[in-house]
Design a protein around this ligand. Structure first.
Ligand code: AHR
Length: 488
């Protein structure tokens, strides 16, 4: 059943953000093949991935890390490619990269996609001057950094809104204490200036998971100097030992995954309530700038490259997580699923000149109508299942929004075995018009798309919903996600 709407609330399109790190084949091979590649490309960006991401209406892309960001020195990635130094990627498999994808390549990609760039700045191993000059290089119309940019072929400054000051500064980003990081954050952000009409939205490096102290201390010491603070939450079994196969899992593992995924909601609520102590008006955004599933890498691939398959289970995690974010629009202003290509819970997988769209991709596609819409709170009456580790999962999950006179309602039946008869009361006088629907489901929740079988789990039209006066009814198949769009 749909509840009262707050007309001022908005699901920031940035909730549907992506993340691209110099890690494995995310950038090199995934997004970028270089202009001389035999793989069809536009200025070096592979055409198939470019089109897939355009179709997804990607609102924002975070780059260059992740852990990589705090070892990235932007000057290594500008100027003629043949003169750029190589670099060992110490975080991710010791791979040597040639820096052929740098600032210009990233900002031009964002222009091609029509998305906001989100820059993750080096605090761990960089300097204040280095970060300040990077911002100047990108955004200033005049001055020494603008001159350098122009010499490198870009006359006009780019726009840069989202600036992250460090990444996981409690860990790979420098092993800071929250007290020390707060002071460093305050110092760094001071020198990241607004040039030539550009306005930065400054993001402090936030906590992971259940580290509430980090949020408390950084908010207390630095909240007035930030626009946002990040949060990382992965659906992962643990940080040591095996994380489990991406494709071979039992029903018990599946339900555990959903319980762990949904735990992001109380985690967000707790960080939010801590933020409220210093920012009751919710001026500062909570940006979940890394989230998603983290499984063992596919057998035979480099363990440092985090290449994993993506099944119908991952699609469920995507839908349930997006539902949670849409319930917390008063604080959650952006999220970035990790990562866009070939790493963790990807949108696309590539091999040579082939590309596969993952089940997660199709959820993001299905949810596009929610971007920028007004959330419509929904209350759901359904059965609940207890799952491993003391968590529980509602069998029917839902989210709804309204935009341009249309309601979009996304429903998920997480159960593996039983269809659910759903009844949606809309109020006696409501007359449903122009209803369309789409569905993602699979024969088995372990199903995935792969090279040679690219369309096993995909988006299909759904015609099973019936509208009568004041009501919509449907049979929601087991392990399916359905989105209905209609006018009332
Ligand atoms: O997304 C992979 C890694 O996970 C990122 O580099 C890091 O920030 C996080 O620990």
């Amino acid at each position: 059943m749909m509840d009262r709407i707050d007309p001022d609330a908005v699901i920031m399109p940035e909730i549907y953000g992506q993340f691209a790190e110099h890690l494995g084949a995310c950038i090199y091979g995934g997004l970028w093949v270089g202009p001389d590649s035999p793989i069809p490309n536009t200025q070096g960006y592979r055409n198939d991935v470019l089109q897939a991401l355009r179709d997804l209406k990607v609102p924002v892309m975070r780059w260059p890390g992740g852990c990589f960001a705090d070892e990235y020195h932007w000057r290594d990635g500008i100027g003629p490619v043949k003169d750029r130094p190589t670099q060992v990627n110490n975080n991710w498999g010791g791979t040597v990269e040639d820096n052929s994808f740098g600032t210009h390549e990233f900002f031009n990609l964002c222009e091609l996609l029509g998305c906001e760039p989100y820059l993750s700045g080096n605090v761990g191993s960089g300097s204040v001057e280095e970060l300040a000059q990077w911002v100047e290089y990108i955004t200033a119309a005049d001055g020494p950094m603008a001159r350098l940019r122009k010499e490198n072929g870009r006359e006009k400054p780019w726009k840069l809104k989202y600036l992250g000051v460090g990444n996981e500064s409690w860990g790979c980003g420098g092993n800071f204490t929250p007290e020390y990081y707060s002071d460093v954050y305050r110092r760094y952000q001071t020198y990241c200036r607004d040039f030539s009409g550009n306005k930065l939205y400054k993001i402090a490096s936030g906590a992971s998971d259940y580290d509430y102290d980090w949020t408390d201390i950084v908010m207390k010491k630095a909240h007035s100097h930030m626009d946002g603070i990040s949060l990382h939450y992965y659906t992962v079994t643990g940080w040591s030992g095996s994380k489990g196969s991406a494709t071979k899992f039992t029903p018990d593992d599946y339900y555990w995954t959903l319980g762990k995924c949904l735990e992001i909601e109380p985690v967000i609520e707790k960080h939010d309530s801590i933020m409220d102590k210093y920012d009751a008006k919710k001026r500062v955004g909570l940006l979940v700038d890394e989230w998603g599933t983290w499984w063992d890498v596919e057998p035979g691939t480099n363990p440092g490259h985090l290449y994993q398959q993506n099944t119908m289970r991952d699609a469920m995690v995507a839908a349930l997580s997006l539902n949670v974010f849409q319930r917390h629009t008063d604080r959650v202003r952006m999220t970035n699923i990790a990562q866009v290509a070939n790493v963790l819970q990807s949108m696309v997988l590539t091999r040579g000149d082939s590309m596969v769209l993952t089940p997660t991709y199709y959820v993001f596609k299905m949810y596009i109508p929610h971007q920028g819409a007004t959330p419509v709170p929904v209350s759901v009456k359904t059965s609940r299942m207890d799952v491993r580790d003391g968590r529980s999962v509602d069998m029917l999950q839902a989210t709804a929004s309204r935009k341009d006179g249309k309601i979009t309602l996304s429903l998920t039946n997480v159960g593996l075995d039983n269809d659910i008869d759903v009844e949606i009361p809309l109020g006696n006088s409501a007359k449903v018009k122009d209803m369309t629907g789409s569905i993602i489901t699979a024969g088995s929740v372990n199903d995935y798309n792969d090279f040679g079988q690219p369309e096993k789990v995909t988006l299909k039209p759904f015609k099973g919903a019936k509208a009568s006066k004041g009501n919509i009814t449907l049979k929601l198949p087991a392990k399916s996600i359905v989105t209905l769009t209609f006018e009332i």
